[in-house]
Design a protein around this ligand. Sequence first.
Ligand code: IPM
Ligand code: MN
Length: 335
Amino acid sequence: EGKYTVTLIEGDGIGIEISKSVKDIYSAAKVPIQWEPVDVTPQLVNGKTTLPKEAIESVFKNKVALKGPLATPIGKGHVSLNLTLRRTFNLFANVRPCKSIVGYKTPYDDVDTVLIRENTEGEYSGIEHTIVPGVVQSIKLITKPASERVIRYAFEYAKSVKKPHILVVHKASIMKLSDGLFVNTAKEVAKEYPGITLDFELIDNTCLKLTTDPTQYSNVVMVMPNLYGDIMSDLSSGLIGGLGLTPSGNMGDNVSIFEAVHGSAPDISGKNLANPTALLLSSCMMLRHMELNSYADKIENAVLKTIASGPENRTKDLKGNAGTDSFTKKIIENL
Ligand code: IPM
Ligand code: MN
């Protein structure tokens, strides 16, 4: 029936509940998309674990996916499925906006930050060895091509959202070679964008300044290596009310996967406690990417209105007493 088909990876733990919430709200809002649910449980093929062929094909065919959180298996030899997905589809830029929710008060007003995280290498390269027992090495791999493409993405993004400054967040004072390469690459790319200024800041200082006054970063697009982006996105979420609220988009040249910044929260899964807001707002990023802006606005406004309408309509993470289902119902009423 729908005009567009989108791959849906429901995820583990609370993924099931929050995906259901998205599906219910999309039906009610008559969004012209049809979900193609896929299973991403790794398969053993010729002694190697891979993603199921059907899942890979679905994402390549549809080019857009919405993904719930996937639990990361503990133990050696397991690469997080989340990372496998980012790598399989070469999703090199992870866009993580963080905006205050008017109507949900925190000690910080008017937060409006965005960070772009390099999403394929750095400390997430998965190259680790034990040299001798008690001495290990985890390689932080930084390459010029990967740095260049994420930095260029950040400049293009800055242009499109009309934020006139790029801030490279780094620790090149200590990581002289790896972060140094990232910093120098930014200086080169910046020459292509005379209308946008380029600044640099040490990551520890950015953390301090963000928690002092985040509005200093309202006109800035931050770009940084992988692990810094992981940490700073959680820090940013904390400013506006937690991980239940922040969306993200994993962007590649051909494929994009939108997902919440949070994990599968096994402690609250199946208890009707999960906040679907982060996945809903991720889906709104997805709708805008698909140029379905009016549906994105409609859903986002209903979510914000519901949160603003008081604790009885908020989930527990936002000091409210609504369940996932009654929160979802209220959003549908507010569409
Ligand atoms: C995130 C998550 C992931 C990451 C985990 C689940 C592998 O924390 O998307 O920020 O570290 O990138
Ligand atoms: Mn994280």
